[in-house]
Write a protein that binds this ligand. Structure first.
Ligand code: ZN
Length: 256
């Protein structure tokens, strides 16, 4: 039984904002509010009182609703210590290895730089929920705006160690485009082809493909598979270090 109920709110073009609610205490966190209005409206509709905002990184489509939601609710804003200066309204700074309680549930914080230099992720083991912002996507990973391939591979390797049944609540619906790319670098992966077909079917019906399960990502996401022999061989990088293979996959995706 999960300690948190998670509600997904699609906003802007392809962002997902999440409400995570502890039914015992009533505490409710918004994860990465891109906007304020639709999030406040959805919380009201559900009868959930927003007590916290959890930010993963400073990009506008993750913090744009911070000040509006704080003004409306008086909530506490939690964000990355390494990037506190870029998180509007931040109250509590958290860093790698920290634990933060939301009602009866507890998040472990991971420092996962690469997409930005201060990016963090929140893992609620008690709810099989990972809120990873723009670090790990379904079948993809974030662009390297402020970090190196080595940093991102290290960050993704941390997340890859979590249990297979972890639900990956990433911040964008990019999965179908990611699948188109993934099959070009991991063409022999039958599980990837099967997943790609399922994604096409879901999108044709207008259904979200997020959250995915971390176990599926381990099996099919090329950015988590840079240390797989078959993937390295296919890129002409046999025996190369995983971070070299990762860098090549990321480079190809950037120009796909
Ligand atoms: Zn971002």
């Amino acid at each position: 039984m999960h300690k948190l109920e998670v509600h997904q709110i699609p906003v802007l073009n392809d962002n997902y904002v999440y409400l995570a609610h502890c039914p015992t205490t009533g505490d409710t966190a918004v994860i990465d509010p891109a906007v304020a209005g639709p999030v406040l409206a959805e919380a009201k509709r559900l009868g959930w009182r927003i007590t916290h905002i959890l930010n993963t990184h400073h990009h506008g489509d993750h913090v744009g609703g911070n000040l509006g939601i704080k003004a409306a609710t008086g909530c506490t804003i939690v964000g990355p210590k390494a990037d506190a200066g870029r998180i509007p309204g931040i109250d509590v700074e958290v860093d790698d290895g920290d634990h933060y309680s939301l009602g009866d549930a507890t998040a472990q914080v991971f420092f996962v730089p690469g997409h930005t230099r201060g990016h963090i992720a929140y893992w609620f083991a008690d709810s099989a929920a990972l809120f990873c912002g723009d670090t790990l996507f379904a079948l993809g990973c974030g662009r390297l705006f402020e970090g190196s391939p080595q940093q991102m591979w290290s960050s993704l390797s941390k997340l890859r160690r979590l249990p297979d049944d972890t639900r990956v609540f990433c911040a964008h619906e990019y999965t179908q485009a990611n699948a188109r790319f993934a099959v070009t670098v991991d063409p022999a992966n039958q599980a990837l082809h099967d997943r790609s077909a399922a994604i096409d079917a879901a999108r044709a019906q207008g259904k979200p493909t997020v959250p995915s399960l971390l176990g599926e990502e381990k099996a099919t996401n090329p950015f988590l598979r840079a240390d797989e022999r078959s993937l390295a061989d296919g890129l002409g990088l046999t025996n190369a270090a995983p971070e070299i293979v990762f860098a090549e996959v990321r480079k190809r995706k950037d120009s796909f």
